[in-house]
Design a binder for this molecule. Structure first.
Ligand code: PLP
Length: 371
């Protein structure tokens, strides 16, 4: 009997014995959190690896998002995408900001820059796009709109660790970008996150906010929160950075194989590779079109599940369909036709370096067999 389960991802972990010396240092110094030596080293190493100047690491990506909105004093309405992980919109909600959902592009599944302007009102203060699956948004157009209307841009770059466009990191775009180092992401510190700032002043402000607003022993400069990354997470991150290139290369092999095998199946669409983009292969999404493929997305999902392969419907339902948001005017399906269609057809396939070739073959075979 084969009861081995295959999940959409497997967290990447360094060899345990490599981590022991880091732990010994923490135990010896007894500096466990609050900008300790590993925290400082990790921020520097991240700047070098990512090609950014100012980064603040966080306990997780959601707190980074919530704090980024605080740091820029965003209020009123923010235009965002319904096709993301729910934390994107929740971060607005936790700041008392009204999310305004805008439809997505069918090619990249990112916020459709052509449709942003129609959602701008006198209350709009910012745009919160997501680089979905690590595919860069149309940043040029988004930032042009932001400049004309005097809006801030905060990118949810939770999927975009290490992604480059024309040789440059995409994380320096907009006012701020946010990363997540959650266990399921390409780069993980179990839990973790970061904000990339454009200047030292902003980084400083963010560093105050993630530590209750403390700017000195007895000075509190704002309504901060506790969103600090601890030394255990930072040490792990420092070690993980040594393995990240290998991790991404391993994922690329899987992605290349899927791309080669799945490019000619009726009703199965593989997202096109974007020219000039150095990808991180964080996800491998396909679209299943029931009109052309014999089975619907949900049927294919169930076929996989029966065979112990747990593919994921990222992102279904849309954020705008959850009870908290579905009553909003912008959540209506008439406003979001592409997002609704894509969320009915999307399926993310397993992708991680340790995915064995016989399992990979099995996944491809299933998709071919049920066409
Ligand atoms: C994972 C994720 C987050 C949240 O990050 P956490 O580190 O899990 O809090 C936010 N946005 C997107 C798009 C994500 O995928």
């Amino acid at each position: 009997m084969n009861d081995k389960k295959i999940y959409v991802t497997e967290p990447s972990l360094p060899p345990l014995k490599e981590f022991i010396p880091y732990l010994e240092q923490i135990w010896e110094s007894k500096w466990l959190t609050n900008n300790g030596p590993f925290h400082q080293k990790f921020e520097k190493a991240l700047c070098d690896y990512l090609g950014v100047k100012h980064i603040s690491v966080f306990a997780n990506g959601t707190l980074a998002l919530v704090t980024a909105l605080q740091a820029l004093k965003i209020t009123g309405e923010v235009i965002t995408t319904p096709f993301s992980f729910v934390a994107t919109t929740h971060a607005l909600n936790w700041n008392g900001i009204k999310p305004v959902f805008c439809d997505i592009e069918p090619e990249t599944m990112n916020l459709d820059s052509e449709k942003i302007e129609s959602h701008i009102t006198p209350q709009t203060t910012a745009i919160l796009p997501v680089h979905v699956y690590g595919n860069p948004c149309n940043m040029g157009k988004i930032e042009k709109i932001a400049d004309i209307y005097g809006l801030r841009v905060i990118y949810d770059a939770a999927h975009a660790f290490g992604v480059k466009k024309n040789g440059k990191t995409i994380l320096n775009h907009g006012d701020l970008s946010i990363l997540s180092f959650h266990a399921t992401k390409v780069f993980n510190t179990f839990e973790g996150g970061a904000i990339i700032s454009k200047n030292e002043k902003m980084k400083k402000r963010i560093d105050f906010l993630k530590n209750f607003g403390f700017a000195g022993e007895v000075t509190v400069v704002g309504p901060g929160i506790n969103a600090k990354m601890n030394e255990f997470q930072a040490a792990l991150g420092l070690l993980q950075l040594k393995h990240i290139n290998k991790e991404i290369a391993g994922r690329k092999k899987i992605a290349d194989y899927y791309r080669k095998e799945l490019n000619n199946i009726n009703g199965i669409t593989v997202l096109p590779e974007i020219e000039g983009v150095k990808h991180n292969y964080s996800y491998f999404p396909i679209l299943v079109n029931k009109e052309e493929y014999r089975n619907s997305r949900d049927e294919l999902y169930n076929i996989f599940k029966e065979k112990n392969i747990y593919v994921r419907k990222y992102f279904y339902p849309l954020i705008s369909e959850f009870p908290t948001y579905r009553g909003m005017e912008s959540a209506h399906s008439d406003n979001l036709p592409v997002a609704f269609r894509v969320s009915q057809q999307i399926l993310c396939l397993p992708i991680y370096p340790g995915l064995e070739s016989n399992d990979l073959n099995k996944i491809v075979k299933i998709i071919k067999e049920y066409q």
